[in-house]
Design a protein around this ligand. Structure first.
Ligand code: ZZB
Length: 263
């Protein structure tokens, strides 16, 4: 699986994360949350970014030869994979500087490249994040991802239960892609399929498949530099634009073929 790994710069840490990081990272260093996505063309619609509250993560140092060190927040497994894809300077090495669990970083404010919500978006909990997939960090695009829409509705309904500020999940869900059925395909499928919660996994899997297909084969961009272009044409252009600007990099998932260690 070939993902785009997006670099979301941390603007303000949640208190718990700040405490655990202490002086392990220089105060002025750039630390990025790194969600893995297959849909770079939807990045305009990012409203927040998810982590699994009980999932283990690390912050890994990427020492650059020009001295502008970068740090990445992601799962251990994905950091290891990156170490074999020339993402870190020394082959096979992925220096961890801090251990964190997802709940530590909930509330952190990050910059989401291309998002209309340009003042930053919040890191929020998603119970259905798979720790073994991608980087374990999932950027939230509720206009086009049924899973993201379902979790957004859940968090809006039960903000207190999830221990979050309702403001953090209040960002407007704007149309990004037009398909023959809707400008907000995820919301449309959530409603017509009568999905009730993020735990409706069978329905959500079907909705995801349908949203992928419609978006890719019949979608047209409603926003951004490539407005009016088909998704098929816009996707590689937006991906390249993000990578060229230093906002993203390619991240491949070995599917257990390349690295057989189980962690
Ligand atoms: C933004 C986005 C916008 C996504 C969209 C999807 C959609 P796949 O096809 O199964 O490989 N994802 C990534 N990592 C995880 C994880 N660890 N746990 C749970 N979900 C994860 O799925 C790849 C997509 O699943 C990724 O692309 C990411 O969400 C999520 F409009 O990023 B996506 C119809 C889907 N639309």
């Amino acid at each position: 699986q070939e993902y785009v790994a997006l670099k979301m710069k941390t603007l303000e840490w949640a208190p718990k994360a700040k405490e655990k990081i202490g002086d392990k990272i220089p105060a002025d260093a750039s630390v990025y949350f790194v969600p893995a996505t297959l849909r770079p063309e939807t990045m305009y619609g990012q409203t927040c970014c998810f982590v699994g509250p009980k999932v283990q993560y690390g912050i890994y140092k990427n020492a650059k030869s020009d001295g502008t060190d970068e740090y990445y927040f992601c799962s251990d497994r994905s950091a290891r994979n990156m170490a074999f894809q020339n993402i870190f300077p020394v082959w096979g090495e992925f220096p961890k500087v801090v251990d964190l669990v997802g709940s530590d970083v909930v509330g952190t404010l990050v910059d989401a490249p291309l998002s209309v919500h340009s003042k930053g978006i919040r890191i929020l909990p998603m119970e259905t994040v798979k720790p073994t997939k991608g980087t374990g960090v999932v950027t939230c695009v509720p206009s086009d991802s049924p899973d993201d829409y379902a979790t957004t509705m859940e968090l809006r309904k039960k903000a207190a239960y999830y221990g979050i500020d309702p403001e953090w999940v209040a960002n407007e869900i704007i149309p990004i892609i037009k398909t023959p059925t809707s400008d907000l395909i995820a919301k449309h499928l959530y409603e017509t399929m009568k999905i009730q919660s993020p735990k409706d996994t069978a329905k959500l899997a079907e909705a995801k498949e349908q949203a992928y297909k419609e978006g890719f084969y019949q979608g047209t961009m409603l926003i951004g530099e490539h407005k009016g272009l088909s998704v098929q044409d816009a996707k590689p252009l937006i991906k390249k634009q993000l990578i060229d600007a230093g906002y993203a990099f390619n991240y491949g998932e070995p599917d257990g073929l390349v690295i057989s260690r189980s962690s």
